[in-house]
Design a protein around this ligand. Structure first.
Ligand code: PLP
Length: 408
């Protein structure tokens, strides 16, 4: 068995007790299962087998170097959202030709970097960005491959803060404007339109919006072909969700069944940018109880370690690492920060805890550690990966010296 499960009363990661890992490395602590990352990557790859596809793991979900390296070793390419993420991809051994560069506000310095590297495509967000890429490529006397990020105005039916494919969202170029824009872009000497891209949002658990997104791209590619524009790939973004409460949700097989029949009509290679689906269930955040007061259990991790509950009202299961037979207690499980909204979970029932008890915030592997901050002068948590029965540190705990080194 792989991942996080119970052996008797104890929660383990790939057979290694989480209590032992916390005893060695302290809390707050992120723990990842290498086996789960591999399984979940391979499940997506298998679902799209038989059709030309490449998986560009969305680094924004979790770009710790060891995790990025592991995914590269499995065959993953990268979706980078900043110059920093491009750098991490390269340091992890991912080739420039295996990187797509996305992002709503790429600076000219970042664009120049991607152009110099010759990434697979820059996913462009506006006519102005195309103009800048053309000029920067002209200075370098190169032709840069771009994909047009289309805003298809499809409701992903997810939390509004992680919806990106509606015309009210800041992302992409309105679908109705793309043909005219491509016609103008064809006249530019230093850019080549090689793809269409759409990312509707994240944590999508109904397949119909994803199918509509694929349909929009396939129809647009057909229209471009009638205009004489032949592209190479369709990038359908990420978005496939996970179950945060344990209820069943569609997985890679259902996703492929929804989009592949549509994509096949185009005959074009498909680019996938999954992040959350691979990483969320592959990580937990371990945290210790520091205080218990009326209605509240106060932990040593909060919004600085995992901001998702506060930012998206996200639900995460929070479980004792070792279940006890203490009487149940219903309380809000909160963090230590000086913010009323610093809550990990509201109205949770747990065995009455004691100070020092260890808890796990489940499904914390995506958009967890990457969003951690130093607010209240707190220090970034350490990260550990369990692989082959051993837990090794993949990011050491930050020290105050690390933080103050930047200051005068
Ligand atoms: C352009 C793009 N691609 C891929 C992703 C990854 O999405 P997810 O983690 O839902 O798979 C995101 C995340 O929002 C994104 O903005």
């Amino acid at each position: 068995m792989t991942g996080f499960y119970r052996q008797g009363a104890a929660l383990v990661c790939d057979g290694v007790p989480l209590a032992a890992i916390a005893a060695t490395h302290g809390t707050p602590l992120y723990v990842y299962s290498a086996a789960t990352i591999a399984e979940r990557y391979r499940a997506i790859d298998a679902a799209f087998a038989g059709y030309p596809h490449s998986i560009h793991y969305a680094l924004k979900a979790n770009s710790t170097l060891a995790i990025t390296r592991l995914l590269r070793s499995l065959g993953s390419h990268a979706d980078a959202n900043s110059g920093g993420e491009i750098d991490v991809a390269l340091r992890a051994g991912i080739l420039p030709s295996h990187i797509v560069f996305t992002g709503v506000g790429k600076t000219s310095a970042e664009l120049g970097y991607a152009i110099d590297l010759g990434v697979r495509s820059i996913n462009v967000e506006s006519a102005g960005e195309i103009e800048r890429i053309d000029a920067l490529s002209g200075e370098r006397q190169v032709r840069t491959k771009i994909a047009i990020r289309v805003n298809p105005d499809v409701d992903a039916r997810t939390h509004p803060h992680i919806s990106t494919g509606l015309k009210t969202n800041k992302f992409g170029i309105p679908i109705g404007d793309v043909r005219a824009l491509v016609a103008v872009t064809r006249g530019r000497p230093n850019v080549e339109v090689v793809g269409l891209h759409a990312h509707l949002g994240s944590q999508i658990t109904t397949m119909e919006p994803l199918a509509r997104g694929a349909r929009a791209l396939v129809d647009l590619a057909r229209e471009l072909a009638t205009d004489g524009v032949r592209i190479e790939h369709l990038d359908i973004g990420g978005g496939l969700g996970v179950s945060y409460d344990g209820s069943p949700v569609p997985g890679p097989a259902e996703y492929a069944a929804a989009v592949l029949p549509i994509l096949r009509e185009s005959g074009l290679a498909v680019v996938l940018e999954p992040g959350r689906h691979i990483m969320a269930p592959a990580g937990v955040l371990l945290t210790s109880v520091v205080d218990i007061k009326s209605g509240f259990v106060v932990m040593d991790a909060g919004m600085t370690e995992i901001i998702r509950p506060m930012m998206y009202n996200a639900f995460h299961r929070i479980e004792p690492v070792v279940v006890t037979d203490a009487d149940p207690l219903t309380a809000d499980i909160v963090g230590p920060l000086c913010e009323s909204s610093d809550t990990l979970g509201k109205n949770r029932t747990v065995p009455r805890p004691r100070v020092g008890d260890l808890y796990a915030v489940l499904d914390a592997g995506a958009y967890g550690s990457v969003m951690a901050s130093n607010y209240n002068r707190r220090l970034l948590p350490a990260e550990v990966m369990v692989e082959g029965g051993e837990a090794r540190v993949i990011r050491r705990r930050q020290t105050l010296e690390d933080v103050l080194a930047l200051e005068t």
